[in-house]
Ligand binder design. Structure first.
Ligand SMILES: Nc1ncnc2c1ncn2[C@@H]1O[C@H](COP(=O)(O)OP(=O)(O)OP(=O)(O)O)[C@@H](O)[C@H]1O
Ligand SMILES: [Mg+2]
Length: 256
């Protein structure tokens, strides 16, 4: 069983009566993510990365096949979908959008603990995860009182409390400076285990090389290359991948 399997996934927006012209955000994506793997999804802005992730979790309509944690997404009822989404957690591109501005970080984390680990002592597990992400002194702050990096760590803490089998992080480090970026990625990597899969979306090839074992390269709604990170720069690449490598100052050969 794989953590995520997509076959000929297509995501289209618009095209309806009041929705304006149709736009194909994902053309036809096929990929497999296994447990124990850490894969990066890289591509320029608007290439369809977030759309692919949302479709993988059934959060936007799509065509094609999606198997999430071994289950066919299309054959799930509401309860089945809810169960799958609890085990496949997304760290969203905009962390503030996932937090209630009137709730302290402690309240957010207690809610996640009660939802996902109801049999355990919430004060104990919230304290533990808050220490893990370095927010133990900020538990009584409201989201608006946190810095960008702290807010993202609060998002990671909530995801960790769900003990998911799949973690999808959409641009988890966008807008952070280099030191905070490395801290946050290390925090996400520390959550990796053979029973879990990580999918990290980024514009940043250096980050993907550091964190991931494999990279999927997305261009204009298509996955144009799937390559082991250890092969980057050693094999012939799709011209777009070669361009990414060149702009990061790395060796590259373009396929003829
Ligand atoms: N709800 C929507 N309605 C219409 N078009 C959309 C919608 N969401 C995204 N799009 C379009 O689909 C395309 C892919 O968007 P998507 O957000 O998946 O890109 P992305 O690769 O995640 O970009 P970024 O790196 O900027 O986050 C873009 O052209 C975008 O404008
Ligand atoms: Mg995006």
């Amino acid at each position: 069983m794989s953590a995520l399997e997509l076959q000929n996934l297509q995501v289209r927006y618009g095209g309806g009566w009041l929705q304006g012209p149709e736009h194909v955000a994902v053309q036809s994506a096929s990929l497999t993510l296994d447990f124990g793997e850490i894969v990066g999804l890289i591509g320029e802005s608007g290439s369809g990365k977030t759309s692919l992730l949302l479709a993988a979790l059934g959060l936007v309509p799509s065509n094609g096949q999606v198997r999430l944690l071994g289950q066919d997404l299309r054959s799930q009822n509401r309860a089945g979908l809810r169960g799958l989404r609890a085990k496949a957690q997304m760290i969203f591109q905009d962390p503030a959008s996932m937090l209630n501005p009137g709730w302290s970080i402690r309240e957010h984390l207690h809610e996640s603990a009660a939802l996902h680990q109801p049999e355990r002592d919430p004060t104990h597990i919230v304290g533990k995860v808050a220490r893990q992400v370095g927010l133990e002194l900020r538990l009584d702050s409201l989201p608006g009182q946190l810095s960008g990096g702290e807010m993202r760590r609060a998002g990671v803490a909530r995801v960790l409390l769900a003990e998911p089998q799949l973690i999808i992080a959409d641009e988890p480090t966008a807008g952070l400076d280099a030191a905070l970026r490395a801290d946050l990625i290390d925090l996400i990597l520390a959550a990796q285990s053979p029973q879990r899969a990580l999918l990290i979306v980024s514009h940043d090839l250096a980050l993907v090389r550091y964190a991931c074992q494999r990279v999927w390269v997305m261009l204009e709604g298509e996955i144009v290359e799937s390559v082991a990170v250890s092969d980057l720069g050693r094999i012939e690449h799709h011209p777009y991948t070669a361009r990414l490598l060149a702009s990061a100052g790395l060796p590259h050969q373009e396929a003829p």
